[in-house]
Design a protein around this ligand. Structure first.
Ligand SMILES: [Zn+2]
Length: 118
């Protein structure tokens, strides 16, 4: 596992999320961005303000996940599912470097969270 590359990816996620948050907060009217498309799609029925709020929430959640992943990297526990302790497949980490859980536990987590769109 190339931790340096994954760390660079995570730092990129943090920067992009912060840029998204700043851009959304700065502009009242929508400029579309390459932002968390699932959240944007789910929010399509919301009013404009609710939609932007949902996008800010999604960006903040992603930023937090990336920062937590960087903290796990520093602690030496990166890449291990926080729920069951199994190694998260490298392909999953490359696709989603901020992943804190294996796929099965992530699905359970999202069912419980309900309102958290991603
Ligand atoms: Zn797990």
């Amino acid at each position: 596992m190339d931790l340096d590359a994954l760390r660079a990816d995570l730092e990129q996620v943090v920067r992009e999320s912060e840029a998204t948050i700043v851009a959304l907060n700065a502009e009242e009217t929508d400029e579309d961005g390459d932002i968390v498309e699932d959240a944007a799609a789910e929010a399509a029925d919301f009013t404009e303000n609710d939609r932007e709020e949902a996008m800010v929430d999604a960006a903040e959640a992603r930023r937090t996940e990336a920062l937590e992943a960087l903290a796990r990297m520093d602690a030496g526990s990166y890449g291990v599912c926080v729920e069951c302790g199994t190694q998260i497949p490298e392909a999953r980490l490359e696709f989603r470097p901020e992943a804190a859980r294996c796929v099965a536990d992530q699905e359970k987590f999202e069912e419980n969270e309900g309102q958290l769109s991603r």
